[in-house]
Design a protein. Structure first.
Length: 170
């Protein structure tokens, strides 16, 4: 028995009603990566710095966290003002090109990266940065690519042009 495209791809009506259908929240990948990193740090600590410079490192980390939270809130505000779906299970009614979406197609995930890096600096452990690439690979493969396919089906040539003009990350 062969599978048809109808069996493997959701219908246009389903896509329009249900969003990209991402079942794996990206925040879980970031949180899990960080928790695993902290566990590794308990068994084999690898610090950025020791001594007096640790306070400066923590301050830099807090700056990353504040910047990440600010970027995240700004990107949420853009969605809220456009009255379109923010959650991955909700449909998009508009293509965001304003605010942080003018220079990144994924400012919310970029914000998560800033918060993640900031937390690594605050906790003075290198492990989270060593695990960041696998975390990002997981997010790209399980969330971002699915969102991109969904947005292309929803917005067609407008989304293709947006991808040409604005990078996935920056």
């Amino acid at each position: 028995m062969s599978l048809t495209s109808e069996a493997t791809e959701p219908s246009a009506a389903h896509v329009a009603d249900h969003g990209p259908g991402v079942r794996f929240p990206p925040t879980v990948a970031f949180a899990a990566g960080f928790v695993v990193a902290l566990g590794l740090h308990v068994f084999e600590p690898i610090r950025f710095l020791t001594g007096r410079n640790v306070d400066a490192l923590a301050l830099l980390g807090w700056a990353f966290i504040v910047a990440g939270v600010g970027l995240f809130l700004w990107s949420l505000r853009v969605f809220f003002l456009a009255r379109t779906g923010i959650m991955l299970q909700k449909p998009a009614t508009a293509l965001m090109r304003q605010g942080p979406y003018a220079w990144s197609r994924n400012p919310q995930y970029l914000a998560f990266v800033a918060i993640y890096v900031g937390a690594a600096l605050v906790t003075n452990t290198v492990w989270p940065l060593l695990l960041l690439a696998p975390v990002l690979a997981l997010v790209v493969h399980t969330v971002i690519r699915r969102e991109e396919r969904y947005l292309q089906r929803m917005f067609g040539a407008s989304y293709v042009a947006y991808c040409r003009d604005v990078g996935r990350w920056l």
